[in-house]
Structure formats: C-alpha cells, structure tokens
Design a protein around this ligand. Sequence first.
Ligand SMILES: Cc1ncc(COP(=O)(O)O)c(C=O)c1O
Length: 377
Amino acid sequence: MHIETKAIHAGRGVDPSTGAVTIPLHPSTTFERGADGPFPSSYEYIRDDNPTRHAFETAMAALEGGRAAVAFSSGMAAITAVFEAHPSRGNRIVVPDDMYFGIRSLIDETDIGRRFDFVPVDMRDMDALRAAVVAAPTGLVWIETPSNPLIRVVDIRAVCDLAHDAGALAVVDNTWATPLLQRPLEFGADAVMHSATKYIGGHSDLMAGVVVLPGASPLERPLRMIQRHKGSVAAPFDCWLALRGLQTLPIRMRAHCDGALKVAEALSKHPRVESVLYPGLPGDPGHTLARQQMAGYGGMLSFIIRGGAEAAMTVAGRLELIVRATSLGGTHSLIEHRASVEGPKSMAPAGLLRISVGLEHPQDIIDDLHQALSAVE
Ligand SMILES: Cc1ncc(COP(=O)(O)O)c(C=O)c1O
C-alpha cells in the first residue's frame, strides 16, 4: 500500500463492536481479567499497553517501514529512553553540533549529561565524524536531519554505515522530515525517533514521542521496559489525536513543503535578508543531498537578517499573521528568534529567525514577512 493509504488505515479498522469507521478512544486504565486467570484482550494495565496507544504504535511502524514502535509522553521522553536503552558499549554518544536545543538542556541540566559522554560533531564532515566515533568506543550516533535551527542536511546512509563500521548504533530524529519525506530505516538506521507533538499531530494540540524499530532490535526490550516501568508513556487521548493527525499528514506535508519553498524563494530575493537556510533552494549546501534523500524539502526554514539581533527582533515584532511562538509542524505559521530562546550556547546567528511554515496561503505569509521587513529597510 502507498504511504497515503497507510496514513489512514494502518493500525486501524472499522470497530467490530459498533461499526464505527473512526477509531474509538480508549481511556480505560485497566482491563478485566478472565475468571480463569489470563486477560482475554491481552490488555491489562494502561502503562503496559492500551488499545489506542497500540494503534498509534502500529501505524507509526507501518509508516516508517519498521516492525515495532514504542510511544512516549513526549519527544524528549523518547530521546531520553533511546539514550538510556542503547547497548552499553561504552557510554559515549556522538551527537550533531547543530541539533534540537532541548537535547543540549537535557545534557546540561539532568543526570543524562553525567551518565553519558556526549561528543558534538558536524556530521556533514565525515572525517570529523569518523575521528569522533573511533576515538573511543561509541555506543550510539544520534542524527538529526534537517537540523535545528541551521537546517543542515546530513547523509543518513553514510553516517549509519560509519557508525556500524565502528560498532555503534545509529538513530535518526525524523521529526522535521516525517516518514513522508524520508524513511531513515531504509538507509540503515537502527531506530527512528519522532516528536509527534510536531507534524504528526499537526495541529499544535498534543504532546507525544515515538521510537520506531526495524526487525529484531537490541533496543526493543530496553525501550519497552523504560516505557512500562519508568512510566513516561503516551496518553490515550494524545495517541488518538496523533492517529487523527496521521490521516492528513501526507497532504499537509505537501502543502508545508510547497509553502516553505515559496517563502524561501521570496525571502532570498529581499535586500534586507543576508541568507536563507532551506535545502529546497538550489544554492543551499544541502540541496543535492536533500534531492537524493528526501521526497520534499520540508516546512522549516531559517533566514538571517542584516542588522543582527535587533533587526531580527524588530521584524518578528512587526508580524501580524505569523505567530511569535516556539514549536513547529502545526497549521499556524510560527516564527522564533532562536539565539535569544536558546541562550549563550546557541549556534544560531544573532540575526537568525526560524519559521515553521504553516498551512495558510503562502502569499499571505510572504506579504506579512514583506511588511515586517519594511520596518528595517
Ligand atoms: C527535532 C526535535 N526533536 C525533538 C523535540 C522534542 O519534542 P517534545 O517537545 O515533544 O518533547 C523537538 C521539539 O521541538 C524537536 O524539534
């Protein structure tokens, strides 16, 4: 089946007890045990498993071309679980130097940073990556592409091969691309992680995370045990919303990509814009690789305004349609001055604004940016 069809049907079917076409929400925390002992439905307690969560996990596994999926209460819970679950071949984890800032906060401000040795590297530089991976036994290589907020594209297959040659696992954060634009398991990744809070949910109204695994995986049992016993599981209602979001993910991603390309092209022609970071632009350093690896260039872009932080804040402050807010992947276009959000350790240039291009008409987004940019002309 095509991915558009899987997005609607995988893990779901007409409810046999009522004939309901859309999947019912099962908020029940507990399930009846048979008089003879076993649980006839196989469900027992919500933390172990739940029909709505099970359907979401099954659907995600189908979309990513995996065999199993494990859903968590947030993207960060999923990331933490992967770090904790990776086989203990040394506690060294190689991460991208440009990555979702929440991981840096997780490292700096929780015991995760003390328990593991995190090594940041620019994964576009294969020599630097090889040096980092072989310098000491490495258990895990964490990949994020396109990256946040510099929108860099990393060669998933090459990084996975390099990690495997060194005996490490390779896991991809596929939140920004979604399985519609790239399926990292096809390039050899050992797992794919999503913040379902973003494009999968798609409407800025749920929080969940998920890890998808290919065939037999050394990560599966530890991830299941972390999910079950540490307890950061996805709630049934969030899974139900995510399943609803999945149904329109293919058409939403097409519209996000189309809108982002038009916005990127318009911004790249503006005299106050120094550069636009978007792999859909032919001059972007990630363009050729993105064309090979992705089925679209994504809905996220960053641009750097001449005049640094002050000019960037002035432009963001003048916007009338695009909302100044964090997060991404919803219907509303959102803009963020990443340097001030991330603080002194940010890789984001002072003049950088990141946009999550929503589903409004692209021309309205462009008009809003033009009127705001006129404040600094
Ligand atoms: C690429 C990426 N990964 C992970 C996360 C964390 O997800 P959550 O906010 O659902 O914990 C985010 C959140 O912005 C993200 O952008």
